[in-house]
Structure formats: structure tokens, C-alpha cells
Design a binder for this molecule. Structure first.
Ligand SMILES: Nc1nc2c(ncn2[C@@H]2O[C@H](COP(=O)(O)OP(=O)(O)OP(=O)(O)O)[C@@H](O)[C@H]2O)c(=O)[nH]1
Ligand SMILES: [Mg+2]
Length: 302
């Protein structure tokens, strides 16, 4: 690894928060930029619950992205806590990206986000996402509406899912970054521990494979994660916590089928991440109404 101080003197670096309403495509964008999956995604809103860091190393800059939970007027202990995580990520950063799903406007959350931006006075880039889903002629009206609500440094239409215009977005970010040395060594992709990402992979499969309120009543913790040794199997024990006995039944499914498919698909993703075969054992446990309990929230990492 090269000495990180050997960079040219006009090297740029900085922190960039990816903000937006739930389901705008923030985590999809982070993964697309990194070329690796560090943040889980799903069709359902409120998938991300923590701030997730991803570091991009470019020839003349290092950009530290912070993926955040969706911002909206939340109710309930867990949701308020999660939105607070997102709001705090608007704080001490160089640039904020406001991601908007152009195919599914969410005026109430958007109004909320504009108010938060006005409080923080950051440099903001408006990113119009999911342009693959709409007629391009729609974009002008959306840009017009947003530009009246807030002064943006730039407006960049992209498709995070397909990668369109994502390089242009990076160029636009780089042009606004201050000069400075890199914050992370060149081989850093994220500072999230593998344990955390493994738990998230399990949670993602619950989001993708169950319906109704189940994903929102679920937390995942890792009970044990064996040390990686060359060529050896990584053994992981994880617990899926739900709020009611009926939810436990649904997660387990007929003959254990649902839990088996959650486990199998999570295992494949974790194997890709750790680069080794994984034995993933899942347990399901009821902790009544955990999402309303401050201590439980803390224990589950929220
Ligand atoms: N067609 C299309 N779908 C997209 C695009 N970007 C994201 N999606 C889809 O939008 C859904 C939500 O994506 P996420 O990345 O989980 O959204 P998010 O903003 O992180 O959502 P929260 O974490 O819940 O706030 C997923 O089904 C993505 O595949 C895009 O550019 N085009
Ligand atoms: Mg997300």
C-alpha cells in the first residue's frame, strides 16, 4: 500500500451524504458507485436503518459517501430514531446529494427534506434518479419545481440501477470538493465490519421475501462469526428478532421453508463478501414490541 501522504498537492477529498426520501435508490447508488454491495436494497421503503460508509478512490480524489435511511416525517420510536440518523448525516459533510425518484414523486417527504436542507446550509447536488422509468420530457418540470425550492450547485439525472450518468455525477462531486489528503487508505471500501454487513444481508432477505409488517418488525443480530482462516469454512450464527409469535411462524414458514430460503440467499451474498464458504445458522426469536423499547433498539444497533 502506498503512503497516503504521497498524493499530489491538488488532490481532493471530502464527505458526501446521500440523502432522500425512502426508496429513492440511495443504497443502489452507493453500491453502483463502489462496484460492490455494501448497503442492502429492496423494493420496500425504509430498508436502510444505519449510516453506511463507502469510499471511492479516483485518480485525483477520494470521495467518502454516506448512505442514509430515507427521510420523512416519521412516527414511532424505531422510525424516529432511524430518521434522526439520516438527519445527523446532513451535518459535518462537504456535499449533500438529494436523490429523487422521478418515477414516483413523494411531495410530503420532499417538502420535509427541503426544510432540513435550509437548516443545514450545505452545498447540495440534486440527483434525479430512475430516469430509465420515465419519459425524459418529464424531467424539466421536476427540475423547475426543485430549483424553486432550493438553490442547487448542480442537477444530475441518473439511473443508479443501470449506471447511466453515474460517472458524470462523480465528476460533478469532484469539482465541488475541497483540496485535501485522503481520509482512508487506498484499499478501504467501507468501514462497516463484515459482521454488520452479514446481519444486513439477512435483514435484506427478510425485506425481500416477506410481506406486510414483517420487515418492519425485524432486527438481525450476529451471535458468533468464526475467524477467517485460509480455505476454512466461516461459521455464522445469527438471530432474527421479531415482535410477535405469529411473526415468528411466518418467518419460519411451512416446514421451515421460508427461513431456509432467507438463509440460503443471505449465505450466498455473505460468501461473496468474505470470499469463503459460509455455514449460516439462523435462529428466530420473539422480543415483544422491541421497536417501541429504547433499550432493545440500542441492543440491536439503532
Ligand atoms: N428502475 C430503477 N429502479 C431503481 C433505480 N435505483 C434504484 N431502483 C430500485 O428502487 C428500489 C429502492 O432502492 P434502494 O436503493 O433500496 O432505495 P433507498 O433509497 O436506499 O431506500 P431506503 O433505504 O428504504 O430509504 C429498489 O427496488 C431498486 O432496485 C433506478 O435507477 N432505476
Ligand atoms: Mg437504502
Amino acid at each position: 500500500m502506498k503512503n497516503i501522504n504521497e498524493k499530489r498537492s491538488d488532490f481532493k477529498s471530502g464527505f458526501v451524504t446521500i440523502a432522500g426520501a425512502p426508496n429513492a435508490g440511495k443504497s443502489t447508488l452507493l453500491n453502483r458507485i463502489l462496484g460492490e454491495k455494501v448497503s442492502i436494497t429492496s423494493k420496500k421503503p425504509q430498508t436502510t436503518r444505519n449510516r453506511i460508509i463507502g469510499v471511492v478512490h479516483r485518480p485525483f480524489s477520494q470521495i467518502v459517501f454516506i448512505d442514509t435511511p430515507g427521510m420523512y416525517r416519521a412516527k414511532g420510536k424505531l422510525n424516529v430514531r432511524i430518521v434522526d440518523v439520516a438527519l445527523s448525516a446532513l451535518g459535518d459533510v462537504d456535499i449533500v446529494l438529494v436523490l429523487v425518484d422521478v418515477s414516483n414523486p413523494d411531495p410530503i417527504s420532499e417538502d420535509f427534506i427541503v426544510k432540513q436542507l435550509q437548516k443545514k446550509q450545505r452545498r447540495v447536488i440534486l440527483v434525479l434518479n430512475k430516469i430509465d422509468l420515465v419519459d425524459k420530457s418529464m424531467l424539466l418540470a421536476i427540475i423547475d419545481k426543485w430549483s424553486k425550492a432550493h438553490p442547487f450547485e448542480a442537477v444530475v439525472p441518473i439511473s443508479a440501477k443501470h449506471g447511466d450518468q453515474v460517472e458524470a455525477l462523480l465528476d460533478s462531486i469532484e469539482s465541488l470538493l475541497p483540496e485535501g489528503p485522503p481520509f482512508f487508505p487506498e484499499d478501504t471500501l467501507t468501514d462497516m465490519p463484515e459482521r454488520f454487513i452479514a446481519a444486513e444481508m439477512v435483514r435484506e432477505k427478510v425485506f425481500r421475501l416477506t410481506g406486510q409488517e414483517i420487515p418492519y418488525s425485524t432486527a438481525v443480530t450476529i451471535d458468533s462469526f468464526s475467524v477467517k482462516k485460509k480455505g476454512a469454512l466461516v461459521t455464522i450464527n445469527a438471530t432474527i428478532h421479531v415482535e410477535r409469535a405469529s411473526q415468528k411462524g411466518i418467518i419460519i414458514g411451512k416446514g421451515g421453508g421460508k427461513l431456509k430460503s432467507i438463509g440460503e440467499s443471505a449465505r450466498k451474498e455473505i460468501e461473496r463478501m468474505v470470499g469463503a464458504k459460509v455455514f449460516l445458522k439462523l435462529f428466530v426469536r420473539v422480543q415483544k414490541d422491541w421497536s417501541k423499547d429504547t433499550r432493545a433498539l440500542r441492543n440491536f444497533g439503532y
